[in-house]
Design a protein around this ligand. Structure first.
Ligand code: FAD
Length: 440
């Protein structure tokens, strides 16, 4: 049988003797299935969704390590399609921040931002990964239980809502923040709500007034307001800011300059029932809630002009922040990866990338098991040790913004925001005027 290793070329390997069952075909589970398939390991991935394109409409930022992992997991042709569908962060102007009236406050220093990152539609990424997973992906398949069959050589078993079962040598939970697999392993959920509700949507730049397009510019921005409210506006343009010049390979859902926005409220101050709302109702409630804290109409235009069907609400979840508390179970034939282990708020744009790196790491370890150079137990143990450190570092980074936002929700912090931001905006305007004057 001819197969390929994750990072190198073609080689001859014996027929697979390792069977892996993956629960969850989101970003991490599909990346794992893609990589295992490429190496010739027998894999099946079950997801409760019936259509992989029905997923968050926002974009995913992938830093250099995440891109390298994907390069190792995907066939070159699919990886090229991914790059051809992405927007290069390096090609757009520096991110900026604004106050809640839309006044410029200056350049935004984004902690941990890798300038070689790329932005890709989550839908596009999931569809390409689903294509790579091929017929190993079983859709509409909800797992209800996992266990080990009795006996020393007992296989692992997953049971589904229709009563069917899947068996393997290794079971991997890639089933997101409320992971059933992690509950089985740890005895309880290991992630918790981070205290923030996010609402996201997509707005074509062409749907904004020219003044507003000029103010926002072809760049991403963060607008901050009182009571811990904030609005991140990501700029996506896979044509104008293409990563590679390969329009024939482009599979992006985003076809023209688009702002992908995410509004944030602390759970304590968020409007009641926000998470149960959808579409027009959710968009209008979001606008009303921001107006109620004093937001001006200018920065709200990107929300007001958004297509209602793209608006969705999310609760930010967070996993354990210390490596010691992460994956607190002995290594064995059931493990987990991605948000199931290290649920990561989107504030650092690293959760999906970390799930992809987990997948690559596990594939690398399992290739050694199949080659007979290490045991399954050693492979899982090495994978989990590495994941604990990477996962907790990314959680710490993403919680910096979450904690800042939660601190800003108090009445005292709100008063400081209201008093200080206009001064900062005034100083920025003055500096811009000076710079403009000295250029003439
Ligand atoms: C608004 C927003 C913006 C984000 N932006 C970024 C970004 O820019 N960069 C970045 O790296 N990350 C970002 N993230 C985070 C990223 O989306 C997650 O970290 C990532 O999806 C985690 O991947 P995962 O495979 O672990 O989980 P998921 O992608 O959530 O997949 C879990 C899958 O498991 C399935 N499942 C769950 N339970 C079962 C079951 N019992 N049986 C069968 N299937 C099941 C679900 O249907 C789902 O498909 C963002 C998140 C949000 C909400």
């Amino acid at each position: 049988m001819t197969t390929t290793t994750p990072d190198s070329g073609t080689k001859t390997t014996p027929a697979p003797t390792l069977r892996v069952v993956v629960i969850g075909g989101g970003i991490g589970g599909l990346a794992l299935a893609a990589g295992l398939r490429r190496t010739g390991v027998d894999v099946v991935v079950h997801d409760r969704d019936v259509d992989p394109s029905v997923t968050g409409g926002y974009h995913i930022t992938l830093d250099t390590p995440a891109q390298q992992a994907l390069r190792g997991l995907l066939e070159p042709e699919l990886y090229e399609r991914l790059l051809a569908s992405a927007s290069a962060v390096r090609r757009r102007p520096t991110d900026v921040w604004f106050d809640w009236r839309g006044r410029l406050l200056g350049d935004l220093e984004v902690g941990g931002l890798d300038p070689d990152s790329i932005d890709v539609d989550r839908i596009t990424l999931r569809l390409l990964l689903a294509e790579a997973a091929g017929d190993s992906l079983v859709l509409g398949s909800t797992c209800t239980a996992v266990d080990r069959e009795p006996g020393p050589a007992g296989q692992v078993r997953a049971t589904f809502t229709d009563g069917s079962t899947a068996h393997g040598d290794l079971l991997v939970g890639a089933d997101g923040p409320h992971s059933l697999v992690v509950r089985h392993l740890a005895g309880n959920p290991t992630s918790r709500p981070a205290g923030i509700i996010g609402i996201s949507g997509r707005t074509s730049a062409a749907d904004l007034d020219p003044d507003e397009t000029a103010r926002l510019g072809p760049r991403s921005s963060l607008t901050v307001g009182p009571r811990g409210t904030a609005l991140y506006t990501g700029y996506l343009d896979p044509d104008g800011f293409a990563v590679i010049d390969a329009p024939h390979a482009r599979a992006a859902v985003t076809t023209g300059p688009t702002y992908i926005w995410g509004a944030m409220f602390s759970e304590a101050t968020a409007p009641e029932g926000l998470r149960d709302q959808h579409g027009t109702q959710l968009r209008e409630t979001t606008l009303e809630a921001l107006r109620a804290t004093g937001w001006g109409e200018k920065p709200l235009q990107v929300i007001a002009r958004t297509a209602a069907e793209t608006v969705a609400a999310y609760r930010f979840n967070v996993g354990p922040q210390h490596p010691r508390e992460m994956a607190p179970w002995p290594a064995g034939s059931i493990t987990a990866l991605g948000d199931a282990v290290h649920a990561t708020p989107p504030t650092a744009g690293k959760g999906a990338g970390t799930a992809i790196i987990d997948a690559h790491q596990l594939v690398t370890e399992l290739v050694a098991v199949r080659a007979g150079t290490q045991t399954l137990h050693t492979a899982v143990s090495a994978f989990e040790t590495d994941m604990r450190h990477r996962g907790s570092a990314v959680i710490a980074l993403s919680m910096t913004t979450v904690n800042r936002s939660l601190a800003g929700a108090s009445p005292a912090a709100s008063a400081i925001t209201r008093a200080s931001m206009p001064l900062l905006a005034w100083r920025t305007a003055l500096r811009q005027k000076d710079a403009h004057g000295s250029r003439r």
